[in-house]
Design a binder for this molecule. Sequence first.
Ligand SMILES: [Mg+2]
Length: 305
Amino acid sequence: MAPSALQTEASKDAEVGFATESAPWQRAAFEGDGSLRRKVLAAAAATFGILLLVLLCSSILVVIVKTQEGAKADAAASCLLPLGGGSTPSGNFPQPPNFLSSCRKALKHYMAHQYVYDVETAVSAAAAWFSSNYPDGARTKDLCVFDIDETVLSNFADFIRQLDSGKPNQEDQDAGLDPAIPAMLKLYSELFNAGFSVTFLTGRREAGRNATVRNLYEAGFGEQCPDAAPDATRSEDLEPCYVKLDMREVNDTRIASIYKPDRRKQLQDQGFDIVGCFGDQWSDLAGTSPGQASFKLPNPMYYIL
Ligand SMILES: [Mg+2]
C-alpha cells in the first residue's frame, strides 16, 4: 500500500534526524538562538560604534594639538625681531635681543621642543660631514673650534631671568653653572676620540675665566690639555681635553666678527689646520681663517655682530 502524505513527511523528518515529537523545544531553541544572535549583533554594533567614536575623538584631538603646536611655532616666529643693530668702539646702537620680551611663552615652547631638534639636525650634519671627510680619524694638528655660549653651554635660564626682570642677568654664567647642550657635548667627545684637537674661542672676558674653566669641566668638556698639541691617538674612554680657552682681553672692544677671525689666525700660526668651526652666531664662523666646514647652531634669544 502506498504511504499517506503524513507518513511521507514523518519519514522525511526521521531521515534527517528530526522527530515530530521534538519540534516544540527545537523551535524554542531556534527562537532562543535568534534572540542571542540579535543581542550579539547589537553588542558588536555598539562596540564598533564606541571604537569609531574614540577614533574620531582621537583624530580631532591630534588635529587640535598639532594646530596649537603650529600656532605656537608661528607665534615664536612672529616674536623674532627683524630690527637691525650695530656695535662701534664707542658702544652699541640699537641692538635689541632677537626676541620680544612679551614672547616668553613662545620662546619657552620653542626651547623645550623645536630647539632640541634644530640643534640635533646641525649636529647630525656635522657628524656626517666629519665621518665622510675623515673616515680614518684625524691628525694631531686637525683642529675643531668651538664657541661656548649657546654652542656648548646654555644660558637659557639667565636669559629668561633677564626677560622677567628687564635687567641683564648672567648669574648662572658667573657661578659656572650653565648646563651643557647634550648633543654638542656628545659630538665634542666623539671628535676628540676620533683624534681631532678641540679648542674654545669665546667672547667671554678673561675676568670670567675661573668660572668658565670650572663650568666646562663640570659639564663634561674636560680641562686644558697638558700638551699644546695632544697626541691624536686616543682610546675611547679618554677624558677630553682642549688645546686652549681663548677669551677676550678686558680692553678688547672689537666686534666678534673681527676678534674671532683674528684669534683663529693665531691658532693657524701655531701650526693648526682648522677643520671645523661651531657657533650659534654667524660672527663665530664668518671672516678670515675659517674652518673647512662651519656649523651654525640655532639661537632665538640674541645676536652678536
Ligand atoms: Mg655663542
